[in-house]
Design a protein around this ligand. Structure first.
Ligand code: AMP
Ligand code: ZN
Length: 137
């Protein structure tokens, strides 16, 4: 797709630090390196995000993300890893081409914090909320 940074990387028009490539998937180091080894796993075909990517391709990207997480823990001394994918600008997505972040975590990470803080909600509303989602699955 024109003007998509990841499509340009896949076509070789923009340089990248590649760590894995097959027919459907490319993995590169994120240029911003939130932590040491921060990697992006990208579908070669252009789909806007995780939710709009065909299952088969989405699964292939996740397979590679799993493997890279395992290897980064083994070779970089990471103690853990965050696997995340942003969907939509409100969720922090800046490049609208499906990709998964693999973020190795160390004992003292300054560059990356992820904390899900509890929002004050009336817990008695949770069953109705669960039903609203469940009905459409
Ligand atoms: P997101 O905010 O989830 O859309 O993530 C996009 C990521 O792409 C950011 O973490 C950027 O640092 C990264 N990024 C942007 N341009 C490049 C590039 N040329 N090479 C590698 N990573 C990039
Ligand atoms: Zn693209």
């Amino acid at each position: 797709m024109d003007n998509c940074i990841f499509c340009k990387i896949i076509k070789g028009e923009i340089p990248s630090s590649k760590i894995y490539e097959d027919d459907d998937v490319l993995a590169i180091l994120d240029i911003s390196q939130a932590t040491h080894g921060h990697t992006l796993v990208i579908s070669k075909a252009h789909y806007p995000n995780f939710l709009s990517t065909p299952k088969e391709i989405m699964h292939k990207v996740m397979d590679v993300a799993q493997r890279i997480g395992q290897v980064e823990i083994a070779v970089l001394g990471a103690k853990g890893v965050n696997i995340l994918t942003n969907v939509g600008e409100e969720a922090g997505q800046t490049i609208m081409h499906y990709h998964v972040h693999v973020v190795p975590r160390y004992t003292r990470d300054a560059g990356f914090q992820i904390t899900l803080k509890e929002n004050a909600v009336d817990k008695s509303l949770l069953p109705a909320l669960a039903n609203k989602i469940k009905e459409k699955l």
